[in-house]
Design a protein. Sequence first.
Length: 73
Amino acid sequence: MNPADAVTLTLPRSMLPELPALAKSLNDRMHELLERNTEGTLVETERAELETLVHVAQVVQILAMAAEGVKAA
């Protein structure tokens, strides 16, 4: 990756322990909506929520993995 393409994100250290729980909570809700989507029972607002959760959960998982690296260092 070109360093010019990198983005630096600064988070309060106090937030680090909360990231794995947040990631789990988002994934739990996302999987609930995915199951309902498979069943064909999602309403339009839930479909939009699911799309948003997929993107947010990915970002939170990356942050949680980065936080693990910070704790290990």
